[in-house]
Write a protein that binds this ligand. Structure first.
Ligand code: PLA
Length: 456
């Protein structure tokens, strides 16, 4: 028998040794607190203790995230001219976050529809959303979809889709190494490492030309062990803004297939590169067309502005319908202990837009407007630097594509711009063009000019 435990309150002592006694003691405490609220207060509030008493006292303070931490620093800055070009989040010309009109419309419909409820979704998410997401990335006429060779599961935005895909591969795929481009989105290595894969890199960006190191890309994939997983940015490469041409994609495809490498596309910016959903999906469709297998992680954070709704999808294209359905059954075993099932609201918004022809068209117009505004920011920034005669060739600002410009500014220049101009960006010199407006371009151009001519 366990020794009895003596519970002391200010006014009564109770000794208990069984669950029943414990319930009685709780009841007794309740009565004490009803009669004398201070008595229970005294009992609950612990006396201040030294940090060294904490079981977590050995923890070191972790650094802020290199991207999301930029927003933390920005929020603390009281300057009225501060500018956040860190995280890739779209802002209007007025510098405000944007909720798309189509999103507002569908949300209104969802609220008005009293037949809707908030029951759990299945483990794999909303069926309509999954079907429509596959159609969006692979194309309506995709043979893989028609032959039922695709399994799509709703996940927590792009990050969650990558993580579920990574965990699935670590458990069930014969090769545990994933190749990432250098550089890549800073979260990729962490996501895949924690999923249980080992991370290697392939050459991607050539600082000297501020373009693609195509030769290095092919050489590194060429020497990767057969079967390795290769992470590819579907479009609008983050952070470089440099994408292969379609001809280069075709060469990459041939190499990947000839070495039986497994492509894993990260599609976080469909529609944001060119303004066209179909054009931005071309590299993925090229790979699907050859009948081979692949994975795609999709995010609706940027192209539908659903950042905080955490809505995305993981699709795995397989050789046959039978394999696809077995893959799906295993994906459920990955998801269930991770977060059980995904949230309903964001997926319902996306499904509402994708299944309605008019709303879909309206979305494409709004998306194009966002992409065009980013492109016009590129031109304006380029022009502003040229008119200031800022030393250097800044043509990469207009050549790069997608949400970011990889400026080539170094960490010291970045911290100069933050300290002197209150401009916040990641230390690798990446700026989110989507956070810029006509009003703020001159301030940024002044800061870049000063950083380049005076800082170092
Ligand atoms: N993949 C790439 C290449 C990304 O750039 C991002 C987001 C994601 C996946 C994940 O996005 P999601 O989970 O929100 O769908 N990158 C941002 C934000 C926009 C971030 O770092 O979380 C960035 O500023 O790089």
């Amino acid at each position: 028998m366990r020794p009895p435990v003596i519970l002391k309150t200010t006014s009564i002592s109770v000794t208990y040794s069984s669950p029943c006694d414990r319930r009685l003691s709780t009841l007794a405490r309740h009565f004490v607190s009803v009669c004398d609220p201070m008595a229970s207060e005294d009992n609950i509030s612990a006396s201040p203790t030294a940090a060294s008493d904490s079981v977590f006292n050995h923890l070191l303070r972790a650094p802020e995230d290199p991207i999301l931490g930029v927003t933390v620093a920005y929020n603390k800055d009281p300057s009225p001219v501060k500018l956040n070009l860190g995280v890739g989040a779209y802002r209007t010309e007025e510098g405000k976050p944007l909720v798309l009109n189509v999103v507002r419309k569908v949300e209104q419909q969802l609220i008005n529809d009293l037949s809707r409820n908030k029951e759990y979704l299945p483990i794999v998410g909303l069926a309509d959303f999954n079907k429509l997401s596959a159609k969006l990335i692979f194309g309506a006429d995709s043979p893989a979809i028609q032959e039922n060779r695709v399994t799509t599961v709703q996940c927590l935005s792009g990050t969650g889709s990558l993580r579920v895909g990574g965990e699935f591969l670590a458990k069930h795929y014969h090769q545990r190494t994933i190749y990432l481009p250098t550089p890549t989105w800073g979260n990729h290595p962490k996501v895949f490492n924690l999923a249980g894969l080992s991370v290697e890199t392939y050459r991607y960006y050539a600082p000297a030309t501020r373009g693609l190191d195509f030769q290095g890309f092919l050489e590194d994939l060429g020497s990767a062990p057969s079967g390795s997983i290769v992470l590819l940015h579907a479009c609008a490469h983050n952070p470089t803004g440099v994408d292969p041409t379609l001809e280069q994609w075709e060469q990459i495809r041939q190499l990947i297939r000839s070495k039986a490498l497994l492509p894993f596309f990260d599609s976080a910016y469909q529609g944001f590169a060119s303004g066209s959903l179909d054009a931005d999906a071309q590299p993925v469709r090229l790979f699907v067309a050859d009948g081979g297998e692949l994975l795609v992680a999709q995010s609706y954070a940027k192209n539908l502005g659903l950042y905080g709704e955490r809505v995305g999808a993981l699709s795995i294209v397989c050789k046959s319908a039978d394999v696809a359905s077995r893959v799906e059954s295993q994906l459920k075993l990955v998801i269930r202990p991770m977060y059980s099932n995904p949230p309903i609201h964001g997926a319902s918004i996306v499904a509402g837009i994708l299944k309605d022809g008019d709303l879909f068209n309206e979305w494409t117009i709004e998306l194009k407007a966002m992409a065009d505004r980013i492109i016009s920011m590129r031109q304006q920034l380029f022009d502003a630097l040229r008119s200031r005669e800022t030393p250097g060739d800044w043509s990469h600002i207009i050549k790069q594509i997608g949400m970011f410009t990889f400026t080539g500014l170094n960490a010291e220049q970045v911290s100069f711009m933050t300290n002197e101009y209150h401009i916040y960006m990641t230390s690798d010199g990446r700026i989110s063009m989507a956070g810029l407006s006509s009003k703020t371009v001159p301030h940024l151009a002044d800061a870049i000019h000063a950083a380049v001519t005076r800082a170092l």
